[in-house]
Structures are given as structure tokens and as C-alpha cells.
Ligand binder design. Structure first.
Ligand SMILES: [Zn+2]
Length: 416
């Protein structure tokens, strides 16, 4: 920390006397690559941005040295409860089908007594060191694990509040109708504090999409919670299920409160069908989540933007029994979104960055987001000249501020 100006003495006096600093002044940073400004933080929020802000009171002062300033990054879709983060390498010899992976995970969990809360905490803190201050995590709810994962994650959410803002999605990973008792568990999960109701392939897994979606939307409606539905179903089957989802969003007035995750079908249907579906998604303000996988068809970012559909980004699982891959780094995910969508120009790479920042915050409903006065002071300093360079190089995070407090420096936890 450097204290180059007149508040230094007052800050030190305040520290000696045990008085808290009244705020933080970040000198000489370039918001999203623009001109250099100072940022004043008070009570955990951005109070002012501008050149040469005066330092008054016992302020903690940080010299940004002209670094690129980004808002706290947003992970729009992960599974904190599944990760093996912090454990030895998981040897993956799982069969190729979706059902193989689901069954394997349940068996592994039962065999190892996987501590979802401890691993989730380790991964959330790794995200934070990389500047991620908001996370939407799906959490398995099934008739084997019951609410065990949710309970672990609720404790992590509470412990990390003020640093990482975690949204929890009650997710029926093993299916809804095919495992009787799951709907009741989801009902309890929503009452216990899950923020969002999840879903999974109502046609391919439950094999009865109308009854499955009616059950799901009935629960969401009763609890007044948004939905976020995994839809891996391919081609026309997925498009058919997507229409059923949109019908229910429309009937229940859930505009702006529904997300469809993956929506691989939108990368496979023909142009006319695609435009019809994107038009409905835009009209109902239903957002799409993508991980931009290289191995599956994906909704195209350009087409979504042209149609006015919010597409945002997430990792999905990181180092779990499903995948050996993944980094808790949203600049890395933005780079993958850029690669998958053939984004080359700097102005296009900003779209990929939007997917892991403002678009994700908007789609998930994370409040007080951004680099404006009044927003929560989640600030990330990056060694890069501009946003496109930060994404392409996954540039190192020099400093991470969450809720107005410095939490990490050069990739390591910062002492309070
Ligand atoms: Zn997922």
C-alpha cells in the first residue's frame, strides 16, 4: 500500500488509535481503459469518480499506477458443491452418457462423503482472488443427498457475504419427476433460502416435459422465485422444450426472471427457427447462459445481441467428476467465449467481457453492480492497457477490492 498524499498521517493516526479508516481512495486508475481517474469508496460503495479527488479524513489510499480498472467479475453458472478443488486429482473414467455422469457422481459422493461446503468455500475464495465478487451456483438437490449440499452452501454464502455475493440455485441434478420426492425437497430448499429454482432437461431426463415444467413453474410461482433451467437437449427436441418454457414464462408473467442455461439447441436449428425463438426470448426478457464449449453447438453471441437477447457466461462445473477442466477465472471464460464466437476486433471482445460482467449481473439480478457512484465497491485492478488485452491475456489481477475492502493483491489474500 502506498500513501502518497496528505491523508497518510491521519490514516496512520486512526489505525494507531484503533479507529477505522473512513473509506478508501484509489488513485490513478483507468475505468475500462478510459482516462485516469481516482475512485473514492465510502461505506462499501463507490462514492465518487473523478480526476484529482481530494483526500479528506483518515482514508486508506491505494496507488493504482495507471492500471486498468474493471468492475468485480461475475460467474453466472457454476456448481461450487460438486468441485474437488483443493483435493488430489480426480481420475476420470466415467462413461460417455449423461446418465453415466449423473450416476457416477451420486456413487462417488456416497463413497467419499464429499464435503460440499468445504470444497465450495475453497473454490469461492479462489474465484475472489481472481476478482470474481458475484457467483451464481447451482446446488444438487436429490433424494440421496437431500438438502446436505444446500446446507453446506448456505453456510458458505453467509460466511463470505460482503466479499463474494453467492446466489444459490436449487438444482434437481438427478431429474425431477423420475425421482419421486424431489419436488418436495425443492420446495423445502426454496423455503430454506435457495434464491432460484433450477431445472434439468424436462424432455430428455423426465420424459414428460409438460408435467415436469408445470411442476417446476408451479413451485417457482408459489415461492416467487426466478428459474434457471439447464437445457442440454439437442436440435428440435430442445427447441420444442424451449417453447414450453417460454409459454410458462409468459403465462406466469416471469419476464426478466428466467434463464435457460446452455440452450445447445439454438446452435443447431435452422435460421428461420432460430430467429423465431430469439424473438420470443427477447420479447420475454429470458436470458441465456453459455460456457461456449468447443464440443457442442452453442447460441451465437452475435445473433443473440442482434436479436436483443442477453447472453452471459459461466464455467459450469470446475474440476469435478464431470469435467477435469476449468479455472475460477472469468477473464479466461471470456476468452473462451471470444474464441468460440470468432471475436477478434477489440470492440467485439468487449461483448465477451460483457458476458462475464454487466450482462451476467443483469441476468442473475445482482444489484448495485458497476463502476458508477452508488454501486457496491467491487473493483479489480488489472495489468493491461485495455479490456480486450485483459481478456486475451487473462491478465494478472493486481488488486481486488470487494465491498470496499482490499481482499487480494497479486493473486494472494490480502491481510485486512
Ligand atoms: Zn450446470
Amino acid at each position: 500500500m502506498t500513501l502518497p498524499d496528505s491523508s497518510r498521517g491521519e490514516y496512520r493516526r486512526a489505525r494507531r488509535e484503533g479507529r477505522p479508516a473512513s473509506g478508501l481512495l484509489l488513485r490513478n486508475v483507468r475505468p475500462l481503459g478510459g482516462s485516469a481517474v481516482d475512485v473514492l469508496v465510502r461505506d462499501g460503495r463507490i462514492a465518487a469518480l473523478g480526476a484529482g479527488l481530494p483526500a479528506t479524513g483518515p482514508l486508506r489510499v491505494e496507488d493504482g499506477a495507471g492500471a486498468l480498472l474493471l468492475p468485480g467479475l461475475v460467474e453466472g453458472h457454476t456448481h461450487l458443491d460438486k468441485t474437488t478443488w483443493g483435493s488430489p486429482w480426480y481420475v476420470n473414467d466415467v462413461g460417455p452418457a449423461l446418465a453415466d455422469r449423473i450416476d457416477n457422481e451420486r456413487a462417488w459422493r456416497a463413497r467419499t462423503g464429499h464435503d460440499a461446503g468445504a470444497h465450495a468455500r475453497a473454490l469461492a475464495l479462489a474465484f475472489l482472488r481472481n476478482g470474481v465478487t458475484r457467483i451464481r451456483s447451482h446446488v444438487d438437490i436429490d433424494t440421496d443427498a437431500g438438502l446436505r449440499h444446500l446446507e453446506g452452501l448456505l453456510a458458505v454464502r453467509e460466511e463470505l457475504a460482503g466479499r463474494v455475493d453467492i446466489q444459490l440455485v436449487a438444482f434437481p441434478q438427478s431429474g425431477l419427476l423420475v425421482r419421486p420426492g424431489t419436488a418436495e425437497l425443492l420446495d423445502t430448499a426454496l423455503a430454506a433460502g435457495a434464491d432460484v429454482l433450477g431445472g434439468l432437461d424436462p424432455s430428455a431426463i423426465d420424459r414428460d416435459p409438460v408435467r415436469s415444467l408445470d411442476t417446476l413453474f408451479g413451485l417457482a410461482d408459489r415461492h416467487g422465485k426466478p428459474v434457471d433451467i439447464h437445457l442440454h437437449e439437442p436440435g428440435e427436441l430442445g427447441a420444442f422444450t424451449l417453447e414450453l418454457i417460454l409459454d410458462r414464462v409468459q403465462a406466469l408473467g416471469m419476464q426478466g426472471r428466467a434463464v435457460v442455461s446452455h440452450a445447445f439447441c439454438l446452435g443447431a436449428v435452422d435460421e428461420r427457427r432460430l430467429h423465431g425463438l430469439l424473438g420470443r426470448l427477447a420479447g420475454l426478457d429470458v436470458a441465456l447462459l453459455t460456457t461456449a464449449p468447443p464440443s457442442r453447438p452453442v447460441p451465437a453471441l452475435r445473433a443473440c445481441r442482434q436479436a436483443g437477447v442477453t447472453l452471459f457466461g459461466g464455467n459450469d462445473g470446475i474440476r469435478d467428476t464431470w469435467t477435469p477442466y476449468g479455472e475460477p477465472d472469468m477473464l479466461a471464460r471470456a476468452m473462451l467465449i471470444g474464441l468460440r464466437n470468432d471475436l477478434r476486433r477489440d470492440e467485439e471482445i468487449l461483448w465477451a467481457f460483457d458476458c462475464v460482467s454487466a450482462a451476467a449481473a443483469r441476468a442473475c439480478g445482482f444489484a448495485d453492480y458497476g463502476l458508477e457512484p452508488g454501486a457496491r465497491a467491487d473493483l479489480v485492478l488489472v495489468d493491461a492497457s485495455c479490456v480486450a488485452e485483459a481478456v486475451a491475456r487473462r491478465a494478472p489481477r493486481r488488486l481486488v477490492i470487494a465491498g470496499g475492502n482490499v481482499v487480494a493483491r497479486d493473486g494472494r489474500d490480502a491481510p485486512a
